[in-house]
Design a protein around this ligand. Structure first.
Ligand code: CMP
Length: 143
């Protein structure tokens, strides 16, 4: 299987619940290497830019207000089969549908406040990673 990268964001609910350490530990124990990470507070406009593909959806306003409501922690992660494996680790978008033992099942309150974001494809992972990190801030072979 190919080495892939994915972009995750530990969302404002994750930060407010003091779960940065716990969620990062689960990510690392699942074999993901962290190639970039930082703590940022998005403006509403930056959140709208990141989620531009969802513009026009009924939840867009709620989503972008939430994502700009506090600090979050974007990370670029690398691993074989990273896109699919990360989505398995975090569970379904709606925590009510997420499998037992997944990050969202254990920590998320709702579909809107669901602790983490994960890219849905390699292509989108690259676009999303570059939304937060210029190429020179993404460390190849970080391990
Ligand atoms: P994420 O993986 O970050 O990508 C888009 C986000 O939109 C998703 O996680 C959810 O948090 C959010 N989302 C999807 N559906 C809804 C909804 N019905 N109501 C509120 N937020 C939603």
């Amino acid at each position: 299987m190919a080495i892939e990268r994915t972009l995750t964001i530990l969302k404002p609910d994750c930060v407010r619940k003091n779960l940065i350490g716990e969620v990062t530990k689960r990510i690392q124990e699942a074999g993901f290497n962290i190639c970039a990470m930082k703590l940022v507070k998005l403006t509403k406009t930056e959140a709208e830019g990141f989620y531009a593909v969802h513009k026009g959806r009924p939840f867009f306003e709620e989503l972008t207000t939430f994502m700009s409501s506090g600090a979050c922690v974007p990370m670029v992660l690398e691993k074989e089969n990273a896109i699919a494996d990360f989505r398995t680790l975090i569970g379904a978008t709606n925590p009510a549908d997420a499998d037992e033992g997944t990050i969202r099942k254990d920590f998320a309150d709702s579909v809107g406040e669901n602790i983490v974001h994960g890219s849905d494809s390699v292509e989108n992972g690259k676009i999303e990673s570059n939304y937060f990190f210029p190429e020179h801030e993404i460390v190849a072979n970080a391990m």
